[in-house]
Design a protein around this ligand. Sequence first.
Ligand code: ZN
Length: 118
Amino acid sequence: MANKWDERKKAKEDEYFVKKERELLANMKAKQESEAREAAKTASYMKCPKCGADLTERNFEDVKVDACPDCHGIWIDQGEIGLLRQIHESRGPFSRIMNDILEIFHHPKTGDATTAPR
Ligand SMILES: [Zn+2]
């Protein structure tokens, strides 16, 4: 009878350690994934998503816009779009904010006003 109890106790212990080991592995996996995400964020911070060059900040009426000096892409985040909208609305019905933005990013060589920062 004592033997059955010992077997049962041992099985419970094994179950406990298997559970603890699973928890430990899950925590390690979550930590590794978190570190990998952070490393990817750090590596891609202020890099052009199209060509990988370092982005530079350009100012349009105190709104910072990220521009790529190599492929001439322009990157605007949601907050910046909101600020541009506020400027546009504050200018009233004759606002030509899009023309002003295109002028700011007008490329002197190609004349391409839609993709090229000065
Ligand atoms: Zn680029």
